[in-house]
Design a protein. Sequence first.
Length: 169
Amino acid sequence: QSPGFLYLSGYREADATLLMTKKGSDVRWSLFVQGRSPAQEVWSGRRLGPAGAAELTGIGTQLASAFDLALDSALAGASTLTVLADLSEGGDTLNGDEAFVHRMRARHPNVALVGANPVLAQLRGTKSPAELELLRKAIAISMDAHREAMLTVKPGMNEFEIQALVEYT
């Protein structure tokens, strides 16, 4: 997932979508995620599914297959769709976000699409005192780990040994 998506949702699994709707002062969040499939999870890793995602994030959660219908419903009568998307500067190949934007423009030609990236960048750039303290703590831990690695590294050591030392520290 993109850092912006993680920032807004707190959810890390791929192929998830967050829909936020605002009508007046009423704001609603819905998270759309992939379902659990134990047979597939052997190969792709464990998925939380809707119940696990809702428990983790506190956001109402549905299966990803319900997203298009929910979005079409949310856009009925709407004039603007604000998207957090990774859009390239042209080219012949559309990434997933660009394909989504093209589909929305085709399905909802009267809805203006607006990018949320600048607003989100501004939000992410503003840190509370608690967030600043956490950043300082993380930086100090990282510096300690790198210092320990520099003091320990010797010719012939494997990269995984140094990585293990950094991660342990």
